[in-house]
Design a protein around this ligand. Structure first.
Ligand code: HEM
Length: 221
C-alpha cells in the first residue's frame, strides 16, 4: 500500500495510521474469546469497570478541550459515556459496585496518559477518535455478541447504546468532518496519528491484563 500523503485529511490519516493496530486489537485473545462466547458475564463486567476509569479521564479531558476555540467542535454531549457505564456497573455488580470493582495496572496507565496529554488538542483528537468511533463501530458488534452468548439484555450494555445517536453512519461522517476541520498543522497531525497508535497500544495492554484475569475454560493456567 502506498504511504498516505502527509496532506491527507486527519480522519484518513488516523484510519490508515491505526489499521494494523486495529487488526491486532480485534484479534487479541481476550477480545476474541469474549466475542466467541467462551468467557462469562463476569469478564464483561471487568471490562466495563476498566471502561469507567478510561472514560472518566477522557471525559474530564473533553470538558477542558471544549473551552478551546478549535476543540469545542469535537466535543459532543451525546457521546458522553460515564453515566451509562455507571448504570451498567450498578446492574452488573449491584448497588455496592464502587467497592467491588478493581482497576487493573494497565488501565491506570491508560488513564494516566489521558490525564497527562489528553487536554492538548492533537492528543485529545487521537484518544477521542480511538474510543468513540470504535464504540460506534465494533462496539455495536460487541453489544450483539454479549446478548447472543451471555444472555444479557439492554441492562448492563447501556455503554454501547447511544440513544441520542440513532444512526451511527451519519454521525461518524460528521465526526470525521470535525476532525478534518480542526486545521492541525503538520506537526500536530503527526502527533495525533502517533498518539492514536499509542491509544490502541494502551487498549491492547488492558485486554492483555483482562485476558490473564479471565483465561476462560480450556486455557493454560
Ligand atoms: C471485537 C473487536 C472489534 C471489532 C469487531 C471491531 C470492528 C470494527 C468495524 C467493523 C469497524 C468499521 C466501521 C465502519 O467502517 O463504519 C471499526 C472501526 C473502528 N474501530 Fe473497531 N472493532 C473492534 C475493536 C476495536 C477496538 C478495541 C478499538 C479501539 C480501542 C477500535 C477502534 C475503532 C475505530 C477508531 C474505528 C473507526 C475507523 C475509522 O473509520 O477511522 N475497534 N471497528
Amino acid at each position: 500500500m502506498p504511504a498516505i500523503a502527509p496532506e491527507a485529511p486527519l480522519s484518513l490519516r488516523l484510519r490508515e495510521g491505526t489499521r494494523a493496530e486495529h487488526q491486532e486489537a480485534e484479534s487479541e485473545g481476550f477480545v476474541s474469546r469474549l466475542m466467541a462466547g467462551s468467557l462469562d458475564v463476569a469478564a464483561y463486567a471487568d471490562l466495563a469497570a476498566q471502561q469507567l476509569e478510561v472514560y472518566t479521564a477522557l471525559e474530564e479531558a473533553s470538558a477542558a478541550v471544549r473551552r478551546d476555540a478549535r476543540g469545542a467542535s469535537l466535543v459532543f454531549d451525546e457521546l458522553t459515556r460515564v453515566p451509562a457505564i455507571e448504570r451498567d456497573l450498578a446492574h452488573l455488580y449491584g448497588p455496592a459496585w464502587r467497592g467491588e470493582i478493581r482497576i487493573l495496572p494497565a488501565t491506570r496507565a491508560y488513564a494516566a496518559r489521558l490525564r497527562d496529554v489528553g487536554t492538548r488538542l492533537p492528543e485529545y483528537a487521537a484518544h477521542a477518535y480511538t474510543r468513540y468511533l470504535g464504540d460506534l463501530s465494533g462496539g455495536q458488534i460487541i453489544q450483539r455478541m454479549m446478548q447472543r452468548h451471555y444472555g444479557m439484555d439492554a441492562a448492563g450494555l447501556e455503554f454501547y447504546d447511544f440513544s441520542e445517536i440513532p444512526k451511527a453512519k451519519p454521525f461518524k461522517d460528521l465526526y470525521r468532518e470535525r476532525l478534518d476541520g480542526l486545521e492541525l498543522d503538520a506537526a500536530e497531525t503527526a502527533t495525533a496519528v502517533a498518539e492514536a497508535q499509542e491509544a490502541f497500544r494502551l487498549n491492547r495492554a488492558v485486554f492483555v491484563e483482562l485476558g490473564r484475569a479471565h483465561p476462560g475454560a480450556g486455557a493454560p493456567s
